[in-house]
Design a protein around this ligand. Structure first.
Ligand code: ZN
Length: 242
């Protein structure tokens, strides 16, 4: 059977003498792993369109086992990202998280669209260091929400009362915030500022491309990173540090 996919190349790994296995997030089938046969031969044409951090149309054939790539056309090379070492490292790290937390062959068009938006925004010329952080945080909070791990930021996860501007606590095992009255019920928790709660709400409720307009202080970014790392590590069982 022959297939045509829209995909974003997340990563590649050399196998055998001249082959590679690619991990690709596709619109049509979610995360897949496919074989690029002979792509490391000196004259192989296929490899150029299959660099990590490339959006491409991928043609493949698949019968039993792993599919084989038969052709590809790059539709976005994200050349600004690739020419900036800090950006490319950041995107690779995010891809590593995505590869770890997303199961294979579970189609989710929204995750594909989020990935596409994230790369387009990161590739834009005017993206500065602080925006890189905001986009990355927003992207990962939204991916987690899309996967069903939406953090509850409106009401207390125990008593379900609307959160007030008081001392609130974040608990990843409870999936959200405990209010002052209920925080004693959980031992593994951390104080979360009202500003951080407000920002996570904004991240979850707005389009990713609009988050670049947000002004977020470095100290708030650092606080949000703590919450995000807790969340990702809870779901992945690994020790990621965004
Ligand atoms: Zn409560």
């Amino acid at each position: 059977m022959d297939y045509k996919y829209q995909g974003i190349i997340l990563n590649k790994r050399d196998v055998g003498e001249v082959d590679r296995i690619y991990t690709i997030y596709t619109l049509e089938a979610g995360k897949i792993r496919v074989l690029g046969k002979g792509v490391r031969k000196p004259n192989a044409k296929l490899a150029g369109n299959l660099e990590s951090v490339t959006q491409a149309e991928i043609f493949m054939s698949k019968n039993k086992g792993m599919g084989k790539i038969t052709g590809s056309i790059a539709t976005n090379n994200f050349s600004n990202i690739k020419s900036n070492l800090d950006l490319v490292n950041r995107v690779f790290y995010v891809f590593k998280i995505i590869i770890r937390i997303i199961s294979e062959e579970e189609k989710d068009e929204n995750i594909f669209l989020l990935l596409e938006k994230y790369l387009v925004a990161m590739d834009a010329n005017e993206v500065g260091e602080d925006k890189v952080d905001v986009l990355t945080l927003g992207f990962l909070f939204q991916v987690l929400a899309e996967m069903g791990y939406r953090l509850e930021m409106e009401k207390c996860v125990h008593c379900e009362k609307k959160l007030l501007l008081e001392s609130n606590y974040f608990s990843i095992s409870r999936g959200g915030i405990l209010c002052t009255n209920c925080q004693g019920r959980e031992s593994k928790k951390m104080l979360i500022s009202n500003e951080a709660i407000k920002l996570i709400r904004i991240f979850l409720q707005n389009k990713l491309e609009n988050l670049v307009k947000l002004k977020v202080s470095q100290s708030d970014i650092n606080r949000l990173k703590v919450i995000l790392n807790e969340s990702i590590n809870w779901f992945s069982g690994e020790n990621f540090r965004v």
